[in-house]
Write a protein that binds this ligand. Structure first.
Ligand SMILES: [Zn+2]
Length: 692
């Protein structure tokens, strides 16, 4: 997954660790009915297991479920708040089967999105998130990762939806208003990797070099974005399978974007569920971030799904490896400079953390994402440098082969490396796995071997130097052929308060025609000098939604006499999935009083309508932000804000709570909110009364 915040598993691992000594769950066959009217899940489960000792009870985790055992059971089934207990006189090495049906209204791990909305542009979806949220909220399963099960699940869904889930779609069957989707796995996996997505999706199918089916999905309304969103997906798959050098372990690989997702992506086995914000058109595709998410979740299919940590203490074996291999894929696609620039940046972040005494030990439960992901990736980069490419690759291959479908610790991996290397790596382990400090000197030595990094560091060294003494250096960095990163760095170092020296260089940067260097100008030159007006205006035509958004705002502020022209030129531009340009445009329109004055109330309604729950949270966040800036909220906006304080996406929930706190400090907003209190739901009322 990208990005998990804190992984809290220690106590449960200790507790559940005991059950894996008693029982091995083998296969779970279920039919799961998705009830989109009552937001309920109903299911029938047949689970088989082998007891490893003489025991009288075993359990599955099942949170707040109503259970009805089948009459055919030879064992007894009872349930508590969070478990289903199966009791009998179980004998060592004997296999058993239990069958029961269940019903639940999941409070987490499964989300009904958009069913209460009237916005036709956003079809409703159901999706799951098992890691950190526990699959046992919607499917009886195991919260512990140490018992891997073969899950074969049939999903029953309303007929007009597509269901995408783990494994191979064996068949579908339609009857009346429902359709059944029979998905089959062949190999076992940990329960947190079970997942499905339901929605209005269409797919495009391809095959990898070795014949693995690669299926990519988009909502029907987004079909024109298929080739841009997924432009590198086959190449990424072939690249990673080649680099890892162990055949892809599952039947297929599917990718589906969903709305209001909790993270950037999640590596459900055979199914990468990722955030809809990565769905892009030809312009949005210039933003490179989705290659990273695709490669990261794909790498987890080996590192995390095939070999799985025994506990969160070894979480870097998932995230460090996925980050490392995603970087490898990006290196091939975007080039060496991109790769080195990225790892230089993460080294900088890790060094800062370490220098301020906040460094964390890598092999450690409860680490930050910076530690597990970036420090983990760096630990592998340095390890490969020490033992050499061949030893590293062979060791990784042996590690995956020897522990396939099992659970692993850091020692299991390091033992494979030492075996292949023929020497002990005690010093490396001490420095990289067991120290809080980040090994910045060792990293720097590695980075300095790269010529581009040498040039980049020479330029960075001028950051604190006055413009007069470095103009020549910055000028040189903007020479043809320009390097993306040296060019951007030069622009960010320009001092706009010294126009005589900086103006010719801003102009030179704009004339490079390099999208990223020009974007640096749009980002950093916020008060546009008149002498640069014509050149700066060309940014409105760049193939980047980030650049256009920034350029529009800065031009509007800098040249009031041309506001109409800027608004006309960007009238039809929506921007990314978060409507970054559209919402800015509506706000600037309202702030330009003589621009189409008769349409102001229509424009305000349009901006104001974007806070409603049917919109993606990123759209709502922008709309709330702009409404706050123009200090005008309608009754509906206040209600939408109250709804937002319980949103499942924690970043948005936090945003809404903070905005509400701010509004409550203003007499005007406070009196409006107090007036509306009677209309709040019980949950909202309790929250509101406790907080204020
Ligand atoms: Zn991950």
């Amino acid at each position: 997954m990208i990005k998990i915040i804190v992984f809290l598993l220690l106590s449960s691992t200790l507790l559940f660790g005991q059950q894996t000594e008693k029982v091995d769950f083998l296969e779970l066959n279920a039919t799961v009915t998705i009830d989109t009217i009552n937001f309920e899940i109903k299911g029938q489960v047949e689970v088989s297991f082998k007891t490893l000792k003489d025991v009288d009870s075993v359990y599955l985790d099942a949170v707040d479920m109503r259970i009805t055992p089948s009459e055919s059971n030879t064992l007894k089934i009872v349930n508590t708040d969070d478990k289903i207990w199966m009791t009998s006189n179980f004998k060592k090495d004997k296999s058993y089967t239990a069958t029961f049906s269940y019903e639940c209204e999941p409070k987490q791990a499964l989300y009904f999105v958009g069913f209460n909305s009237t916005l036709k542009a956003y079809p409703s979806q159901v999706w799951t998130q098992g890691q950190g949220k526990y699959t046992s909220h919607w499917l009886p399963s195991l919260d512990d990762m140490n018992d891997k099960i073969i899950f074969n699940i049939t999903y029953e869904a309303p007929k007009n939806y597509e269901v995408i889930a783990n494994g191979h779609l064996n068949k579908t069957r339609s009857r009346l208003n429902h359709k059944s989707w029979y998905y089959e796995m062949q190999k076992p996996m940990s329960s947190y990797l079970v997942g499905f997505v339901m929605g209005d999706f269409r797919r495009t199918a391809a095959k990898s070099k070795k014949g693995t089916p690669l299926q990519v999905y988009l909502e029907t309304r987004h079909l024109d974005k298929m080739s841009y969103t997924y432009q590198d997906h086959v190449e990424i798959f072939n690249l990673l399978e080649g680099k890892i050098n162990v055949n892809y372990p599952w039947q297929n690989f599917k990718q589906v974007p969903v709305r209001d997702f909790l993270y950037a992506g999640m590596e459900n086995t055979t199914l990468n569920t990722f955030s809809e914000e990565f769905v892009v058109d030809s312009i949005g595709a210039n933003d490179r971030s989705f290659v990273n998410v695709q490669a990261h979740e794909l790498a987890h299919q080996w590192f995390g799904n095939l070999v799985t940590e025994t506990s969160s203490r070894h979480h870097w074996l998932h995230e460090g490896f996925a980050t490392f291999y995603a970087l490898e894929a990006e290196r091939e696609i975007f080039g060496e400079d991109y790769y080195y620039f990225k790892i230089y940046k993460t080294a900088e972040e890790l060094k800062t953390l370490s220098d301020t005494g906040k460094g964390q030990i890598l092999v450690n439960p409860g680490g930050s994402s910076l530690t597990y992901y970036q420090k983990g990736a760096w630990a592998l980069i340095i390890l490969k440098e020490i033992v050499g490419k061949t030893v590293f690759e062979n060791a990784v291959k042996n590690y995956l082969d020897n522990y396939a479908f099992k659970n692993v610790t850091t020692d299991d991996f390091m033992n494979e490396v030492e075996l292949e290397y023929g020497q002990s790596l005690t010093n490396y382990k001490e420095r990289w796995l067991n120290q809080k400090a980040f090994q910045s000197r060792e990293t720097l030595e590695f980075l300095k071997k790269n010529e581009f990094i040498q040039d980049y560091m020479k330029l960075v060294a001028f950051r604190e130097t006055r413009q007069t003494f470095k103009t020549e250096r910055l000028d040189e960095a903007l020479d043809f052929p320009i390097n993306d990163y040296l060019g951007q760095e030069a622009v960010y170092q320009l001092d706009s308060s010294d126009p005589e020296l900086s103006l010719p260089l801003y102009r030179k940067a704009l004339n490079t025609n390099n999208l990223y260097v020009r974007q640096a100008v749009a980002n950093s030159l916020t008060a546009v000098p008149r002498a640069l007006k014509t050149d700066y205006e060309t940014l409105l035509d760049d193939e980047s939604y980030t650049t256009i958004e920034k350029a529009l705002l800065h031009l509007w502020v800098s040249f009031p006499e041309d506001r109409h022209d800027y608004l006309d030129r960007t009238n039809d531009n929506i921007g990314f999935q978060d409507k970054n340009i559209k919402l800015l445009w509506l706000t600037l329109n309202l702030a330009t009083s003589d621009y189409n004055p008769k349409e102001k109330s229509k424009v305000y309604s349009e901006l104001s309508s974007h806070t409603q729950p049917g919109y993606p949270y990123q759209v709502r966040r922008h709309a709330f932000g702009y409404l706050y800036q123009i200090n005008t909220f309608t009754e509906d906006n206040y209600k939408d804000l109250m709804e937002g304080v319980f949103h499942p996406v924690w970043q948005f929930k936090k945003f809404c709570r903070e905005l509400l706190d701010t509004l409550m400090k203003s007499d005007l907003h406070k009196s409006e909110l107090l007036k509306l209190r009677g209309n709040f739901s019980t949950k909202e009322k309790t929250f509101f009364n406790n907080r204020y």
